[in-house]
Structures are given as structure tokens and as C-alpha cells.
Design a protein around this ligand. Structure first.
Ligand code: ARG
Length: 604
């Protein structure tokens, strides 16, 4: 079924995706390098990458270094031998051997101008679909019922969503699955609290807050009072046995929580294909345990069913219980059932879990069991660091609680609103609301996505909402600037050939040929051509920050260009050429931010 679904989607897109044939500079040079190596009787080796420092040109390869090491030869001599066979005159200046044996490539301006026109013509901005696409289930967000979503959920939700968008754009078949925690032991307490402590009026006013309150209070009582603890356990047993009253209460709690989640997802513009919560797997759990016992992967130990990892040094002293002595199943059992469902029912080739670092051990155990059971899917745990308050400790409210995500996003919009009031007080009320939301939500998302996911970062309103620096408002402002150029230019600028009008700007490309003279123009064109090289890189190590930082550099290049090169006031052919660079900048910013889940306003 998977293969069918995929080939269908493939042939559909083939008609609308001309860029399948389009090559980036990186891929072109990599091929030429490969040819030169073959020509010199050498195997493929090393990498061809964008140069990290512009002094070394635009691209660089370490091929000679890698080969020299393998063959115990002089790297510079090998590099010279390769360079002598490189046939890259159509793309670059003659390549240069540098340092200990790197080979540096500097693009020719003419080649850049041609490539820029190609990118401009392409609906996908040069980004090719992956050659082998997969069905990928992405498990992200996954909040728990009867608790409000809080700051801790930002990273999973925002990073997971960006990865989903990027994977889908690259042609993968993505299934976004919200693995909601709707079936844990907390429900014994929630139900006990509901029956004994609920304030109906408070529930009317703010359902989730009231559910959280009764849950917390029950939790406290249960901690000090064994009778309450036992009563909660009974409620849970009744729920799991299908008791009608408890099931009704549970349903109501889930529905109230979902309303809170939906509100946040709407604000964040995050959408799921599936929301199979933990409860979805409930009926499958006995089967999982049976299967693992039968295959000998699990065994009975002190009345519980346990998986031991005796031959795995890392996990040798970390057995995993999959059925407790009292017969109850747990989080791990559910995740084992989830793997089975995703692989066998959803036909996933890969499952990506975007879940915080505290669950590293859990997923190691789950993945190891899946491996022993022979599941062929590629399972990845994509972890991330924490969000800290300005005091550099885990971000909390003043009273020490988790900051509800809903409040945080509302505040983001409020603060963005203030900025707009100052910057552009004459906007209409509707515009102000719309723009404040785009800027506020964009700022929160971008603050997260622009960091390497493993680093902890300090949540700072000032920093993330600044119009200067590596922030969403700065990038959005660059886009707005492009738009305003075209508003000023009016019709004349959008007259010439129609190369696919796109939603990115609505502008038609305006030149068939580019003349690049000023260094600021050349730099901008080069960056624009590199978008197609950057997007696929994000998935190598699941790092949306690579794309974020690229967009920041692009906005910087555009800014420099805008300062140095008059657009509307210059003469032809520079005028059309520069307008084309503006169109393309707008489209790449729009598309790039969209891949990060960030919207752009038309003005701000
Ligand atoms: N609900 C869990 C939590 O908040 C995250 C679930 C992650 N996904 C999974 N398949 N275990 O910690």
C-alpha cells in the first residue's frame, strides 16, 4: 500500500515539478569532481561543500586530503593532480589548491547569473525532490490531557512541524501524528478529583484550569493519604475496565483538553494528520506482551513481564517492564504497540520522535526491542534542549509553575502589537491584529528554530521581537521591504514574461537575463542559488537552524544590496535585473519562512 501511495503521488507531481532536472552548483561541482577523480584513476572521496569562509571561494573539497591519508601520499600533490583534470571552466575560475591540500572553487559571475535565472523560472526555487522518498510518521507535540500545554511543548511542536514541512516539500510522504497522553495513571486522580472536588462554576468559566486544579489537589491528598491513593487506583481500574461513569468523565476531560490544544495549534498554524492518543492503543497492549513473551524477547520476572537487554552494554542494567505485577500496562507498552501500528498499519518507512532529552533511555529501549522484533523502519529520536528563563533556570511563572503556552502566545501577540503601534500607527485595526499575530507567533517560533536544537536557550522577549538581529521580525521586515518596492514600482515592474506567478510574492519575474556587476548583487544572487542546497541539508541531522541561519544571511545580503544598489531609479538593464533579484529574494524568504512554519505580513 505504501509503494502504491507513493508512486501515485510521484507521478502527480512530475508534471508540475520542472526542477527535477535542475542541478545546484554543489551537485554540478560534485559530479565534475567525481569525473576528475575517475580520470585520475582515483575513487570518490571526501566532500564537496559550500566554503565556510568567503576567502576560500564559494565551494571547497577535502577529497585530496582524504585520499592522501588513505594512500599515504602527499595531499598537495594529489590535489594538483585532481585540479589538472577538473573540467569546470563553465562554472568557475580555475580551481586553486590551498593550505594542506584543499581545492577551492570560485564561481564565475556569468554562471551565477544564468543559474539565478533558472531558479527564478522554477516554481520550487531550484529545490529538487529527493530521489528516494519515504513515508515518514512524525510524532511531535504530543501533550498530555488534563494538563495545559506549556512552554516545554514549544520545541517539540515547532521543531516537529518545521521538519514535517521540509520533509513534505522534499517529496516525502509525511504523516503528522499527535501522540496525546490521554491514558496514563493520572486519570485515576482526575476522576477521583472530578467526583469529589469539582466546582461546577469554575468548570464553566475555565474548564481546563478547573481540571488541572482538581488533579493537583487530588495528587497532594494522595501523597499524604493512602486511602485517597487507593481510591484513585480503584477509579483507574474502573476506567480501564470500561466503567460507564468513569468513561464519560474521561471523555469530557479529553474534550476540554483538546479544545485548549486546538486553540494553540490554530495560533501556531500546526496541523495533524492523525491524533492517535495513548488510549487508541489500549486494546492492543495485551497482544504486544503476549507476542514478546512468545518470541522470548520478554520474560516473567517477579510477577512482572520484563525485557532484559543483557547483551547490550548500554542497557544491560536497564530492564524494561512492559506489564506490571498488578497486570497494568505502561507508557512503554503503549509505545511498542505504537511502533507496530505505524509500521504495519500505516506502512511507515521511518518514524521520527520529536521528544525531549529526558526520554532518551525510554526510546533506546523501545528501539532496541523493535530491532529485535525485526521491524525494518528507520526509528529516530530527535531530542532537544530546554527553554530557560532570564535567570537561566528552567522557565517558570513567578509562582514556580510551568508557563501555559496559551498565555505565552497571547503575550507574544500583545508585545508585537506594541511594536506595530510604534512603527506604523496608521494601519487599520484588522491589519494590526493580523500583523501582530504573524510577528508575535513568528518571533516565538523563530527564536526556537534558529537555535541548534540541542542547546538550551534563554527565552527573551526583547531579543526575539527585535527588528535587528537574527529574529523573525527582521526577516519579515526584509520581505515587507521587497513588497514595498513592488508596490512603488506598480505595473511596469511586473509586465514582462510570465514565468509562473507564485503565491510567494504574486510578482512575475521581470528579466530573462541578469547582469550582475556590483559585488552586492553578486553576493545576493549567489545566496539565492544556494537555497536549493540548504533545504535538503536540514534533514541530515534534523536541524531547522541551518535553514533559519541561511535566511538570516540572505536577509543580510539583501539589506546590503538594497543599500548599495538603487533598484527603481537605476537604468536598464540594471533595473530589470535588480527587480528580478528582489522578486527572487521575496520568494525565497516567503518559502523559507513557510518551511519553518512562519508567516509573513504584507506590511508592518
Ligand atoms: N506525552 C508525552 C510527554 O508529554 C510525549 C509523547 C511522545 N511520544 C511517544 N510516542 N512517546 O512526555
Amino acid at each position: 500500500m505504501a509503494a502504491e501511495g507513493m508512486s501515485m503521488r510521484r507521478s502527480q507531481s512530475a508534471a508540475t515539478v520542472p526542477s527535477l532536472l535542475m542541478e545546484t552548483f554543489q551537485s554540478l561541482l560534485a559530479k565534475k569532481l567525481s569525473d576528475a577523480l575517475a580520470n585520475a584513476g582515483l575513487p570518490d572521496a571526501g566532500e564537496l561543500a559550500q566554503a565556510t569562509d568567503p576567502r576560500f571561494g564559494d565551494y571547497q573539497t577535502n577529497a585530496a586530503l582524504v585520499l592522501a591519508k588513505q594512500r599515504d601520499e602527499n595531499p598537495r600533490d594529489l590535489a594538483e593532480k585532481i585540479v589538472a583534470r577538473l573540467d569546470v571552466g563553465d562554472l568557475c575560475e580555475p580551481p586553486v589548491v590551498a593550505g594542506v591540500g584543499f581545492i577551492n572553487f570560485t564561481l564565475r559571475t556569468g554562471a551565477m547569473a544564468e543559474k539565478t535565472v533558472e531558479v527564478l523560472r522554477d516554481e520550487r526555487l531550484g529545490v529538487a525532490e529527493e530521489r528516494s522518498t519515504r513515508r515518514i510518521v512524525i510524532d511531535f507535540g504530543s501533550p498530555n490531557v488534563a494538563k495545559p500545554m506549556h512552554v516545554g511543548h514549544i520545541r517539540s511542536t515547532v521543531v516537529g512541524d518545521a521538519l514535517a514541512r521540509i520533509a513534505a516539500f522534499l517529496g516525502h510522504e509525511v504523516v503528522r501524528d499527535n501522540h496525546i497522553g490521554d491514558w496514563g495513571t493520572q486519570f485515576g486522580m482526575v476522576i477521583y478529583g472530578w467526583k469529589n472536588l469539582l466546582d461546577q462554576q469554575a468548570l464553566q468559566r475555565n474548564p481546563l484550569a478547573e481540571i488541572v486544579r482538581v488533579y493537583k489537589e487530588t495528587n497532594e491528598r494522595a501523597n499524604s493519604n493512602p486511602q485517597v491513593r487507593e481510591a484513585c487506583r480503584q477509579e483507574l481500574v474502573k476506567l480501564q475496565a470500561g466503567d460507564k461513569e468513569n468513561t464519560d468523565i474521561w471523555n469530557e476531560c479529553v474534550a476540554f483538553s483538546m479544545q485548549d490544544f486546538e486553540h494553540v495549534y490554530k495560533l501556531l498554524d500546526v496541523h495533524y494528520d492523525l491524533q492517535c492518543g495513548e488510549s487508541f492503543y489500549h486494546a492492543r497492549l495485551p497482544g504486544v506482551v503476549e507476542r514478546l513473551l512468545k518470541s522470548g524477547i520478554a520474560e516473567i520476572s517477579e510477577g512482572a513481564v520484563v525485557v532484559f537487554f543483557r547483551d547490550n552494554p548500554e542497557l544491560a542494567d536497564k530492564p524494561l517492564i512492559i506489564r506490571k505485577r498488578d497486570g497494568g500496562f505502561n507508557y512503554a507498552t503503549t509505545d511498542l504497540a505504537t511502533v507496530d501500528y505505524r509500521v504495519n498499519d500505516l506502512k511507515a518507512d521511518a518514524i521520527w520522535y520529536v521528544v525531549g532529552a529526558p526520554q532518551i533511555l525510554h526510546f533506546k529501549q523501545i528501539f532496541e526491542i523493535a530491532r529485535r522484533e525485526g521491524y525494518a523502519a528507520d526509528l529516530r529520536h530527535i531530542t532537544f534542549g530546554s527553554i530557560l528563563g532570564e535567570d537561566r533556570k528552567l522557565m517558570k511563572t513567578r509562582s514556580g509553575e510551568n508557563v501555559p503556552l496559551r498565555d505565552l502566545l497571547d503575550e507574544a501577540c500583545k508585545r508585537a502589537r506594541k511594536i506595530i503601534e510604534e512603527k506604523n500607527p496608521h494601519l487599520s485595526e484588522d491589519d494590526k491584529i493580523d500583523i501582530a499575530e504573524k510577528i508575535g507567533i513568528g518571533a516565538v517560533k523563530y527564536a526556537d528554530l534558529s537555535q541548534y536544537r540541542m542547546t538550551d536557550y534563554v527565552f527573551s522577549w526583547e531579543k526575539m521581537l527585535s527588528l535587528h538581529g537574527n529574529t523573525a521580525p527582521y526577516l519579515q521586515n526584509a520581505y515587507v521591504r521587497v513588497r514595498s518596492i513592488f508596490r512603488k514600482a506598480g505595473e511596469s515592474a511586473v509586465a514582462t514574461p510570465l514565468w509562473g506567478v507564485k503565491e510567494e510574492t504574486g510578482h512575475r519575474p521581470v528579466a530573462t537575463e541578469l547582469t550582475l556587476n556590483d559585488s552586492a548583487e553578486i553576493n545576493l544572487a549567489k545566496r539565492l542559488c544556494q537555497f536549493a542546497e540548504i533545504v535538503p541539508q536540514v534533514l541530515n541531522d534534523f536541524r531547522p537552524n541551518i535553514l533559519a541561519n541561511y535566511l538570516f544571511e540572505l536577509a543580510n545580503s539583501f539589506h546590503t544590496f538594497y543599500e548599495a544598489c538603487p533598484v527603481l531609479k537605476s537604468d536598464e538593464p540594471a533595473r530589470s535585473s535588480r527587480l528580478a533579484l528582489c522578486v527572487l529574494t521575496g520568494r525565497v524568504l516567503y518559502r523559507g519562512l513557510d518551511l519553518l512554519g512562519i508567516k509573513v505580513p504584507e506590511k508592518m
